[in-house]
Design a protein around this ligand. Structure first.
Ligand code: SGN
Ligand code: CA
Length: 563
């Protein structure tokens, strides 16, 4: 039996034995169970990791994340179930789909009475910690140590609250990515070293509005990033949702808050006032030195831009370039953080027995289809990066093409710890994939469901299935207020969902969207960029029938209650 198989059998046995095995293993210094270092970014598109080889990443490489990929396995087909932060984090922590864990939309939702894998690992003898963006509206559960950001978190001099003081946020001076890394290393230094650890490092970066650290501002000022081939997509083959979204770089990316052209602030325009408030939320927290570095780059850049009087396509391209430049400069700190964490493991002889995971809470549009943000079941948003290294157990420099999903993380970590997953956990352990061999009976399709409408970016509700080759999507909903009425929290006064809804309504954000109820079908082999919706086209009858059956089956077996 080779080393990988030996370990896999041990893990399988441990999983079968469940908690009894875990408790024996927990008895003392002999605990050989792996440490778990889970690093997750917020909105890190796989197009922006050079290990995945895309055009953008070639011009702004991520050497440390690539180093992790060289040590481990690069997953080419990792997807989320619901492409949005809190829902994705709820899938991660519970191993369940959104309608099962309650977190369908961005704000309220998670059913905190469900077991979190963190508490199961804690009970099984792990020292558990989370640092950074938590974003679920409940106290982090199952952690010996937490040090989490306020809501989405801020980039400059952000607020954190810590174990036992949930909600008591205190400001810390510095840049979010650096602070999250420092607190993570601090946990590693001071943990109970007789136990294996679970450390979840959840960066705020590279979330909107893409504020780089002082030292990286302007890092890619002279780089011209290639436009994605679908940048000028006119959605001509698609239904209403692709036309009515508000996530277009040309039309919806804001000059003030997103592109930082502060000079365009117009105090007489309510939309501009909102945009300015959002920019000021970061600018006002900066120290004079941070602000100076900021002005040194953005002021001359903005002056040149304003002198150019760009309009139409030239303006859209300028927005794209400056969006990618800031985003990639923000990623530079994330990459550095990954390097520091890997160095720490190596220097402290922890690298051999630590499984390291790098992923994002979802994918992101980097100009594909003309968009930023996520939410849609289309590839760039549903697809998320995943790299796993576990020396001696996961094949070095390998790739995995199996369909995996964010509900699989909890079962994987429990499996590694020798703890049986609960019956309610829908995901499955990824451990059998680690050896790099074909796994019999691995899933052949995935279920996706997005609920967060009507709110920011106005992406309509949809669910669907994706196989290796095809994708069937069903867009549904009555439109605006009628959809809001169906959502659990949006119409309940005092909830955050309700406050956001009222705020967007007052700003005329909604646009009288009508009811939708239609399907789209993509052949990802013939049309990997999803420009050609072939639903209802001659020749697609058989595959449509098959996919429809799969979709109906998911809805039925998972007791999905709206679609
Ligand atoms: C904020 C952003 C949106 C983003 C959501 C969700 N607007 O509302 O652009 O889609 O977060 O992001 S901002 O003006 O506040 O930046 S998520 O990553 O938390 O799901
Ligand atoms: Ca996110």
């Amino acid at each position: 039996m080779n080393k990988t198989n030996l370990v896999l059998s041990t893990l399988a046995l441990a999983a079968v034995g469940g908690r009894a095995v875990a408790q024996t293993a927990n008895a003392g210094a002999e605990d050989q169970r792996p440490n778990i270092l889970y690093i997750m970014c917020d909105d890190h598109a796989m197009q922006c990791i050079s290990a995945y080889g895309s055009a953008i990443s070639k011009l702004a490489p991520t050497p440390n994340i690539d180093r992790l990929a060289q040590r481990g396995m690069l997953f080419n087909n990792c997807f989320v179930e619901n492409s949005l932060s809190a829902p994705s984090r709820a899938c991660l922590i519970t191993g369940q789909y959104s309608h099962q864990n309650g977190q369908r939309q961005l704000l309220e939702g998670i059913d905190a009475t469900q077991p979190f894998f963190s508490e199961m690992l804690h009970d099984a003898g792990y020292e558990t910690a989370i640092v950074g963006k938590w974003h679920l509206m409940t106290e982090p559960k199952g952690f010996d140590y937490y040090h989490v950001l306020d809501d989405q978190g801020k980039y400059y001099n952000p607020m954190f609250c810590s174990t036992g003081h949930y909600g008591e946020y205190k400001q810390e001076m510095g840049y979010a990515t650096t602070l999250v890394t420092e607190h993570s290393i601090d946990f590693l230094e001071h943990r109970d070293k007789s136990k294996p650890f679970l450390l979840m490092v959840h960066h705020k970066a590279p979330h909107r509005n893409w504020f780089p650290d002082v030292k990286n501002i302007g890092k890619y000022a002279d780089v011209n990033f290639p436009l994605p081939s679908t940048f000028w997509d006119d959605y001509s083959t698609r239904g209403a949702a692709a036309h009515t979204q508000k996530m277009s770089i040309a039309d919806d990316m804001e000059m003030v808050q997103d592109l930082k052209v502060i000079e365009l602030y117009d105090k007489n325009d309510p939309a501009s006032r909102l945009s300015y408030t959002s920019l000021r939320a970061e600018l006002d927290r900066m120290t004079p030195d941070q602000r100076k570095a900021w002005d040194n780059y953005y002021m001359p850049r903005n002056y040149k831009f304003l002198m150019g009087n760009l309009t139409g396509k030239a303006l859209a391209v300028w927005k794209y370039q400056n969006y990618i430049r800031d985003y990639m400069a923000t990623i530079a700190s994330v990459d550095e953080s990954v390097g520091q964490l890997l160095d720490y493991l190596e220097k402290n002889n922890l690298d051999k027995n630590t499984i390291v995971v790098y992923t994002s809470d979802q994918g992101f549009y980097m100009g594909e289809h003309g968009w930023f943000d996520k939410r849609f079941m289309y590839e760039e948003s549903m697809h998320t990066p995943l790299i796993i290294s576990y020396p001696g157990h996961v094949k070095e420099g390998s790739k995995c093409n199996q369909l995996v999903q964010n509900i699989d993380f909890a079962p994987t970590f429990l499996n590694l710890a020798g703890v049986k997953q609960t019956k309610k956990m829908t995901g499955r352990s990824l451990v059998p994939l680690f050896a790099g061999n074909a796994v019999k009976n691995w899933r052949k399709d995935l279920y996706y469901h997005y609920y967060d409408y009507p709110t920011f970016h106005l992406v309509r509700k949809h669910d669907g299935v994706r196989t290796e080759r095809y994708k069937l999507i069903h867009f549904y909903g009555k439109g605006e207020k009628e959809d809001a009425a169906q959502n659990k929290y949006q119409m309940i006064p005092g909830t955050r969902e309700n406050r956001v809804f009222n705020w967007l309504s007052s700003g005329n954000y909604f646009q009288n969207d009508g009811p939708v109820n239609y399907y789209e079908l993509y052949d990802l082999q013939a049309d990997p960029t999803e420009l050609n919706n072939i639903y209802g086209k001659p020749g697609t009858e058989k595959i449509t029938r098959q996919l429809m059956k799969t979709l109906v089956n998911y809805r039925k077996t998972l007791s999905v209650d709206e679609y």
